[in-house]
Design a protein around this ligand. Structure first.
Ligand code: SF4
Length: 354
């Protein structure tokens, strides 16, 4: 190991001991860590849910998922719409779609091999998830590095995240420090330390088991440059005929397969943007291509944050005197809509129905 990181065999064994001892006394009691949940299916679902989502948000979703599909065999019968329905509100819906694709693949296999290399073939499982599952279940000696573990290593070894060799250095440090035994406890300990001690803001260095090794203790490093949030705008159409509302099964990337009110394409908001002009032009264009002749009313505005941009939605209402048919669009009552998978954005727009 490179000298500048002051890592040698003695360092490695002390580091490992500190981390494993800390875990024995401080590990979080999480549903997927319980003994009865230590199998591939249950750890896999937890790891997919934990991608980009906080533990406190995941717990109720995980518990509901396990009640509905307690085993992999029972999950084999799940429909995509059912998975999305259970997933609604958790975001990153691509994960639900990948789970569907993954279980369709798994049910064709006679045997599922759980190791780092084999798991990479399953849709939705990348480097981190594959190594985490293999380490947690079988203590496989594979380096587990996510954003949280990366933060600890960056701080301990005072790495510069703007350095071209940053990723390579993180990987080589992590590879070197990965223990031969108990890698499952080791990586889960690092996850817990990152969550409760070495937090993004205000790390609690006095409580940290690796404080003695840390070159940047007490320095509040900002590890990511904050990107300026992009602002976009779109129009949602609440179109009703008697008790029915027109909804579509979205083909938009972020909301794919979720039911939503018709939504126009979005536009970036720049300094020359004029909202009224956009509203009028977009609504009239949309009505024209859908061959609708009807006046509209602005019912309100909602703001929704996606991971990399903020979307402002102008909600317009249209009352029709007759129904019409459009491919991929459905006329549903409010009650029928309640049993379809929808996004948080949809629920915000729905509020403007009143
Ligand atoms: S000593 Fe502080 S900065 Fe260093 S790893 Fe621990 S909590 Fe993070």
């Amino acid at each position: 190991m490179k000298k500048e990181y002051h890592i040698d065999k003695i360092f490695k064994s002390r580091w490992e001991k500190k981390i494993l001892d800390w875990y024995s006394n401080n590990k979080r009691d999480l549903p997927w860590r319980r003994k009865e949940n230590q199998n591939f299916y249950r750890v896999w679902i937890s790891e997919i849910m934990l991608q980009q989502t906080q533990v406190s948000v995941v717990i109720p979703y995980y518990n509901r998922f396990m009640l509905k599909w307690p085993t992999l065999e029972s999950f084999y019968n799940a429909k995509l719409e059912e998975i999305l329905f259970l997933w609604q509100g958790m975001g990153y819906y691509k994960r639900a779609e990948n789970l569907y694709r993954a279980k369709e693949l798994l049910k064709t296999k006679k045997k599922i091999t759980v190791n780092y290399k084999s798991l990479l073939e399953i849709p939705g499982i990348g480097d981190y998830t594959s190594s985490a599952i293999s380490a947690i279940l079988f203590d496989e000696k594979c380096s587990v590095v996510d954003g949280n573990i990366r933060r600890i290593l960056t701080r301990v070894f005072n790495l510069n995240n703007n350095d071209n060799l940053y990723d390579k250095n993180i990987r080589s440090i992590s590879d070197y420090l990965t223990p031969k035994r108990k890698n499952g406890n080791y990586c889960q300990s690092l996850m817990d330390i990152a969550n409760s001690v070495c937090k993004v803001r205000n790390p609690e260095c006095k409580k940290c088991p690796v404080e003695d090794f840390c070159l940047s203790k007490g320095i509040k490093l900002l590890l990511t440059k904050r990107k300026k949030t992009k602002n976009k705008i779109a129009i949602a159409f609440i179109i009703n005929y008697k008790n029915y509302f027109l909804v579509e099964k979205s083909s938009k990337k972020l909301l794919k397969n979720l039911f939503c009110f018709p939504l126009s394409d979005s536009k970036d908001i720049d300094k020359n943007f004029i909202e009224d002009e956009f509203l009028d032009k977009t609504v009239n264009h949309w009505l024209k291509i859908k061959k609708l002749k009807v006046s509209y009313k602005l019912a309100g505005k909602v703001i929704h944050k996606f991971s990399h941009f903020q979307l402002k939605v102008l909600v317009v209402k249209l009352n029709l005197k007759s129904k019409f048919r459009l491919e991929n669009f459905f006329w549903l009552t409010i009650k029928e809509l309640d049993s379809r998978p929808v996004s948080k954005l949809f629920l915000k727009i729905k509020e403007k129905m009143k």
